[in-house]
Ligand binder design. Structure first.
Ligand code: ZN
Length: 312
């Protein structure tokens, strides 16, 4: 079973209100077709058809205050109610308590111990590693979970070799913001195809997309719509290339934010969760799935069934 988890930071299921919610305005032909004309809003969750399912995940987890990234991502990565365990929602980066929880156990640790091949597809620039090694920067929850499993993070060389993807999908940002004029830039469609190819080489692949949370904090409707249109382009390439009947694409978030641009803050809305795969696989995956803590156990259930591609 190949699972691709495309993680979107800060994307909830919001109201069908074009004043607030870019999901109701952005041109997203691929996603809209996948959902039979529906949009990614709370009105349409839960929705299932022969290819896809859309549902919302409770990100509040019975803890007061607004959900935050580190505790929410830790819940996704461990299956534990991390906000309840630490008594608060916390972020954006893990505090020592969350870091300890992630180092003890997470899906990357479980999968690699079971002999499964896992990968975080993001490529990190040299300045990121410099920041970590010089202690000016700390890991966010996802790279922390990956490195705790003894897995390396992908580098500039991996990006240039085509074996990893830029955090903005296309690597335009490597040219424009990081100063690598020779960075290999992809179209969104090519980036989606690359993501599918890379994910099909492993049992579990994850990709972290954080600009969505930034767009929510920025409250810029134009930028948010553009970002969703980029995502739709990636989805086009991904779905064209994804040929696996036994695979599952999971696109899910840690908390709401971008779906309500009337506030700069995160929201208490359900986190978006979109699944693409065979009906039976989705039925199993979504059975009893109501909040962030349900994701990790379901990934492990599916990924630990059958043969590993490491053994193939
Ligand atoms: Zn945020």
């Amino acid at each position: 079973m190949h699972i691709l988890f495309l993680f979107l930071d800060g994307v909830g299921l919001g109201e069908n209100d074009p004043q607030k919610n870019p999901s109701t305005r952005a041109e997203m032909p691929i996603l809209t077709q996948l959902l039979d004309g529906r949009r990614m809003t709370k009105d349409y969750a839960s929705y299932h058809n022969d290819r896809a399912s859309l549902l919302g995940l409770d990100a509040c987890l019975s803890v007061g205050g607004l959900p935050q990234s580190a505790s929410g991502q830790a819940a996704l990565l461990t299956g534990r109610n991390v906000p309840a365990e630490i008594g608060q929602h916390y972020g954006p980066k893990p505090n020592p308590e969350i870091a300890k929880i992630l180092r003890e156990d997470n899906i990357f640790i479980r999968l690699t111990k079971a002999g499964r091949k896992a990968a975080l597809l993001n490529a990190y620039p040299p300045r990121y590693f410099y920041g970590i090694h010089s202690k000016r920067r700390i890991y966010s929850a996802i790279p922390l979970a990956v490195t705790a499993a003894g897995m390396p993070l992908f580098t500039k060389d991996d990006l240039y070799a085509g074996s990893a993807l830029s955090a903005d999908f296309t690597a335009q940002g490597w040219r424009e913001r990081l100063g690598y004029a020779d960075a290999p830039v992809l179209t969104t469609r090519q980036a989606g195809a690359r993501m599918a190819e890379l994910a099909m080489q492993v049992d579990f692949a994850m990709f972290e997309y954080w600009p969505s949370d930034y767009a929510g904090h920025g409250q810029d409707m134009g930028a948010a719509c553009q970002l969703l249109e980029t995502l739709d382009g990636v989805l086009e390439g991904l779905l064209e290339k994804w040929t696996l009947n036994d695979g599952l694409i999971l696109i899910a978030s840690d908390h709401g934010n971008m779906e309500d641009l009337s506030t700069r803050k995160h929201t208490a809305n359900q986190a978006a969760c979109l699944l693409v795969g065979a009906a039976e696989t989705r039925r199993q995956f979504t059975e009893g799935l109501v909040d962030l803590t349900g994701i990790a156990p379901q990934i492990l259930n599916l990924n630990l069934m059958g043969r590993s591609c490491a053994a193939a």
